[in-house]
Write a protein that binds this ligand. Sequence first.
Ligand SMILES: Cc1ncc(COP(=O)(O)O)c(C=O)c1O
Length: 464
Amino acid sequence: MYLNIQKEIGSSLIKQIYEQVRSMIIKGELKAHERLSSTREMAINLNVSRNTVITAYEMLIAEGYIKSVPGSGIFISQGAEFAKPPERIIDYSVTAFSAKELSEDIIGFHSGTPALDLFPRNKWSRIAGQVIKEAPDSAFGYDYPQGRPELRNTLAAYLKKTRGINICPEQIIVTTGAKQGLSLVAKLLLQPGSEALIEDPSNENVKKIFLFHTDRITPIEADSEGIRPELFPQDRSPALVFVTPSHQFPLGGVLSIQRRLDLIRYAGKTGCYIVEDDYDSEFRYRGLPISSLQELDNERVIYIGTFSKTLFPSVRLGYIVLPDSLVEQCSELKRLMDHHTNSLNQLTLMRFIENGELERHIRRMKKIYRKRRNSLIECINEYFPGKVRIMGETAGMHIVAEFTDVEFSPKLMKSIEGVGLKIFPVEEHAVIKGKHRHQIILGYAHLNNTDIRNGILRLKEVLD
Ligand SMILES: Cc1ncc(COP(=O)(O)O)c(C=O)c1O
């Protein structure tokens, strides 16, 4: 048996002997029942004291790797060999933006990505630093599952001021992004067999979240004005209706007041809940902010918000506004899921809002996003005159472009990717296939004017 003992390195001789023998046993290089050199032989071979070897052997005996048989010697124990699974190769490139995309010349019109390079990092980090120094000890322990009361107070006031939503802080649950909000609501309201009505097309992730709980997802067509309540089933009682009324994802329509009232009446009649996902309405470029459905019915609407667009996605902060009757149960679910959302981030957000930084940042980004949106629409009109209808441009961070004579088939999408361009067909988000083949989603918030122009030029080259 060969051990490589180095006297000059920091690690003790006992530890080196112990670790090397142990490793040989685990790897199966020393087999069960094989006799180990005696402590005397080993000490002579390694030129170390016998006591050093005795201590190392004692550690191995104590952990069951070897055993001493009086009068016979020291043997490798049975069952100590452990076949190590082959090393896993982790593909770190599988993220929203792949490493390839970031390093190569690829222009990606991803929807819902804010301009990350323009986030005021210094302001956020100054406030985060203050919070770490000044936050009460309770913010460092297991904290309130519903979220810090200071943040919930601030959010209630902020929602009243910016969205006209009149609620008590007790109705709010702070979440780790809108997706967690949706997961909590799905757990709360859906059981196998429950019916969920969802806008069609709808965000793929929303569908996937609901499908974890039920396979009865009923798509309800959305047009340029959002979901069509006249298509709701009248003879059934679904558990929920999922909508994005301020800016339908992905088509971009704003739900008209007539449809809003129909939706509320339907919920009242069938006893279902309306899940309102307000994912990007802060960025509204025309007219007044759209009012929320929640404002119309405090009992049947569950309102979900996120800071992924107004701050940045990795901050993982969002919230749910619930009817009183659901708060306790949802809070308990949140506690069992992850106890609570990071308290220090919550307090940083609270101060960011209280100092007026959030509204300042939104105002600044709105100006920039409006310019980027205008530049995108201009480029489309310049390169495809009279051939494209633009939808959903009054709010948010993406538009939908509908081409009169182009079908975005998988084959065409391959050619588009081939020129270093990523665009996203609406069809991929549709439950009922075939109605949206001419439409693509173009997210623009994170792209500068040069990228926008080059991207649309690449699209023209492929389509030509
Ligand atoms: C419809 C919709 N809701 C919510 C979100 C945000 O999810 P999260 O807050 O988990 O980042 C997105 C993300 O793009 C979205 O498209």
